[in-house]
Design a protein around this ligand. Sequence first.
Ligand SMILES: NC(=O)c1ccc[n+]([C@@H]2O[C@H](COP(=O)([O-])OP(=O)(O)OC[C@H]3O[C@@H](n4cnc5c(N)ncnc54)[C@H](O)[C@@H]3O)[C@@H](O)[C@H]2O)c1
Length: 273
Amino acid sequence: MTQGRVQNKVALITGAAQGIGKETAIVLAREGATVIVSDINDSLGATVAKEIGGHCVYLHLDVSSEDDWKHAISTITERFGKLNILVNNAGVTGFQEGFGPQDPENASLDSWRKVNAVNSDGTFLGCKYAIQAMKSSGAGSIINISSRSGLVGIPGASAYAASKAAVRNHTKTVALYCCQQGYPIRCNSVHPAAILTPMWEPMLGAGPDREIRMAEIAKDIPMQKMGTAEDVANAVLFLASDESKYITGIELTVDGGILAGASATPKRQDIHE
Ligand SMILES: NC(=O)c1ccc[n+]([C@@H]2O[C@H](COP(=O)([O-])OP(=O)(O)OC[C@H]3O[C@@H](n4cnc5c(N)ncnc54)[C@H](O)[C@@H]3O)[C@@H](O)[C@H]2O)c1
């Protein structure tokens, strides 16, 4: 059901060819925004924009490239006259990309830099160029997709976790900076965990063990199930809309309760006094 919650707003979403970014594009377009789908996967991204239809367009944008950001923002402001919503969603773990081991002892400096170039540098560049475009656009909302991994350590994914922590912290800096400058721009982070998207494929694999692995993951989630891309898209929609107009600098978790603590309560005999 459409309620026009982001009617007349222009929204740019990075990494929107699949997964959370794609679903966010669908939800924001459904709620009335003019959506710019961007990615490095041009064929898939263009297909998503076509499926959404209406005013939706596809734009190539490698978030780690400053030239791409300059080109994307100037194209959007020339074509649509403003930018109101930026979802810095593009992200890599280093696993799908085959960057080698990601633990803090064996990860290479090169792989550390490559993961940070997308997740951390990409978010920095997005905020930088969006601020410049949004301050003359009436109102702006930047939503940075961090992760549960930005709030806790992850032994097997050190660069990913550090980059997502950088995203979380930079969000608060941007939020305060915009308030300080009197810019009508809010900036918040979203922290998903265990959302079933193509990002999980290398961990889940195919074949008969897939269901077993999914059950293993679900066991450690208080809600006992993985989330969907739509669960994250709905949180983004709230932060993108004027319903959240007094909210800036927050971190919104979408994780089935994982970060609330452990779902298992220690039994009396487990406590050593
Ligand atoms: N799925 C989860 O459980 C989960 C959990 C926590 C955080 N996240 C975060 O949510 C975001 C989306 O994750 P997802 O699960 O949909 O991932 P995904 O792998 O399904 O999609 C990521 C998209 O980003 C694009 N991309 C990669 N490098 C890019 C670059 N340099 N420039 C532009 N686009 C690029 C890919 O082509 C792809 O379309 C990521 O930032 C991820 O870290 C996901």
